[in-house]
Ligand binder design. Structure first.
Ligand code: GLP
Length: 301
């Protein structure tokens, strides 16, 4: 009889232990389920945040891939024509280099056909070389006169290019003040092989306004073609709008053609924001950015 009671007792104990084991197993699996659930929630949260940030950064960028240089120039001319028609008093930020030459030719044509007028337009150029006089045939002042201003109905007093002669510090301050007073409706940009915009070379602080710079070796080599391929003739310093000034413009048009620019365009379009790739600053522009490229400049996308 006693033995039977003992057996029943043991049986009950066994059951209780079993039940407790099951209970703790259940609690354990519930904890791991909650843990997994929270982990998944965190992953989803950061995933959405990442997608949102990338989307937000790139949402204003419109990439236009054209068949060739002429088509690229026409697309840029169309955007500028629209802007001038809507706002005949617009402030335009202009660029030099070989990239915008076709665009300037097209604007000259449209101005001659009276499709657009520059009579109330004000222009502000990105940069100017230091160390050569303003009237030097290779200065950006001469470039703008020879490739655009002399052939359109613009008032020369409404055209502005940084002054790189005399007191550079004062000239920089004055250009900065002028840009503060005259918000740019549009900034036109080319891009250097090393990703520079204006003369903002890799490593430039994105918060800098108008400043003077030492040109990068690559830039000096690239620009030698405008100086009879003689590196020694290329100025080594320049005054440039800073990236801050460029980003202050309402709309930006970035133009690029040729395989030499493909790397810079790929880097920029990746959405990265890196001060070693100055053109990547366009990813944090708050307004509209048109990236107009030919097939070759797009061949790494
Ligand atoms: C120069 C100018 C830039 C220009 C760049 C590219 O360095 N400062 O404004 O974008 O050259 O020149 P290109 O259009 O001739 O390739």
């Amino acid at each position: 009889m006693e033995k039977e009671e003992e057996l029943v007792d043991m049986d009950e104990k066994g059951n209780t232990i079993q039940k407790e084991k099951q209970k703790s197993n259940k609690t354990l699996s519930l904890t791991s389920k909650i843990f997994m659930f929270v982990l998944i929630l965190i992953i989803i949260f950061f995933g959405i945040l990442y997608i949102f940030r990338t989307f937000k950064r790139r949402s204003q960028i419109e990439l236009i891939i054209t068949n060739n240089y002429d088509e690229m120039s026409l697309r840029a001319a169309d955007i500028i024509t629209d802007l001038i028609k809507k706002n005949p008093n617009a402030n335009l930020g202009l660029a030099t280099g070989s990239t915008p030459l076709g665009l300037y030719k097209e604007l000259i044509k449209r101005n001659a056909k009276k499709e657009i007028s520059f009579s109330n337009i004000k222009t502000y150029n990105l940069d100017e070389y230091c160390g050569i006089p303003q009237n030097h045939e290779k200065s950006y002042f001469s470039f703008m006169k020879n490739n655009l201003f002399n052939y359109i109905d613009i008032n020369p007093n409404n055209t502005h290019i940084p002054k790189a002669e005399g007191d550079i510090k004062i000239n920089i301050q004055n250009y900065e003040k002028m840009l503060e007073k005259n918000k740019l409706n549009l900034q036109l940009l080319g891009v250097g092989r090393n990703g520079h915009i204006g003369f903002n070379e890799p490593g430039t602080d994105f918060n800098l306004g108008v400043h003077d710079v030492q040109l990068a070796e690559k830039t000096i080599q690239d620009n030698a073609r405008f100086f009879e391929n003689d590196i020694n003739k290329v100025p080594k310093r320049a005054i440039t709008m800073g990236i801050k000034n460029i980003l202050d413009a309402d709309t930006i048009i970035l133009m690029a053609n040729g395989t030499k620019k493909a790397e810079a365009i790929k880097n920029m379009m990746s959405g990265v924001v890196d001060k070693n790739i100055p053109v990547s600053a366009l990813n944090i522009h708050k307004g509209k950015v048109y990236v107009i490229v030919d097939k070759e400049a797009a061949n790494k996308l």
